[in-house]
Design a protein. Structure first.
Length: 273
């Protein structure tokens, strides 16, 4: 199962039944889980991924807690059907039962499980561990942004890292893409997403239509960005494409951007692994 879907189904099982997170945490640690409490809560709030074994341990702790309260709710998801069968828990593992809107609500709500300052400190630590913040352009990243610009025929493509107060452009091809305050950065919104953020026309988009990057230079009209993660799965930046004209964006386009983001992710991981 896609790790983001597993995360969504698991958090949905918790939220729908208002499970006591202390009970789930106790069950998780009893199973031998090694994530700390912040990582555990960040996973259930959609702020970070954890590795596959730990995801399955969290899922099983949730399901055991649900069994204890005789809940009829859907169960938390496991990484594979084999793991699900081995646990004896029948789970819903199909994306057909959820919607894009539901996934977006999951990420943006964060269920108030985690103190924001603590999560942000961990995210910034993850960014620091990459060793990339404030460093010069590198061909290995420039190659990817050039390819993104060529494939989509947009004004610009960039790889942005989100620091504490500023967006840092590690790589950019084209005139649109710059270091700006974090609070107006489109890419800052992308790292709050479980998958790519697409803004087909920023001038009519409720969230972005008053953004100074839309109303003034560089007059962004179209944006699509895919989140990139650092150590421990914290979202630290994005690969994005930008244009000064509104554009359509098909499912095939989403797949192409996701593939390019996968290349960028591998290069990021090479920086700290």
């Amino acid at each position: 199962m896609n790790p983001y879907l597993q995360q969504w189904f698991t958090a949905r099982a918790v939220a729908d039944t208002a499970l006591d997170l202390d009970d789930v945490w106790t069950g998780y640690t009893n199973l031998g889980g090694w994530c700390d409490r912040v990582e555990f809560q960040a996973y259930l709030s959609g702020l970070a991924l954890i590795d596959e074994l730990q995801r399955d341990m969290v899922s099983h702790a949730v399901n055991e807690t649900l069994d204890g309260v005789s809940s009829p709710a859907r169960r938390a998801a496991y990484s594979t059907d084999d793991v699900s069968l081995a646990t004896g828990v029948i789970t819903e593992s199909s994306f057909e039962s959820c919607t894009d809107a539901a996934l977006r609500r999951f990420v943006t709500s964060s269920y108030a499980y985690l103190e924001g300052a603590d999560a942000e400190r961990r995210r910034l630590d993850s960014l620091t561990q990459t060793g990339l913040l404030g460093t010069p352009a590198e061909e290995r990243f420039d190659r990817i942004t050039r390819e993104a610009q060529r494939v989509f025929g947009v004004s610009s493509a960039s790889l942005a890292l989100i620091g504490e107060h500023q967006q840092f452009i590690k790589s950019v091809t084209g005139p649109i893409g710059q270091n700006v305050p974090r609070d107006i950065s489109f890419c800052n919104e992308t790292i709050g997403e479980e998958r790519m953020l697409v803004v087909r026309d920023a001038l009519v988009h409720e969230q972005f239509r008053t953004n100074p990057l839309v109303l003034e230079q560089p007059h962004i009209r179209f944006y699509a960005g895919y989140p990139l993660t650092g150590p421990e799965g914290w979202r630290i930046g994005s690969l994005c494409i930008i244009d000064d004209k509104p554009r359509a964006f098909s499912l095939e386009d989403e797949m192409a951007l996701r593939m390019l983001a996968g290349q960028a992710q591998r290069e990021l991981e090479a920086s700290y692994c």
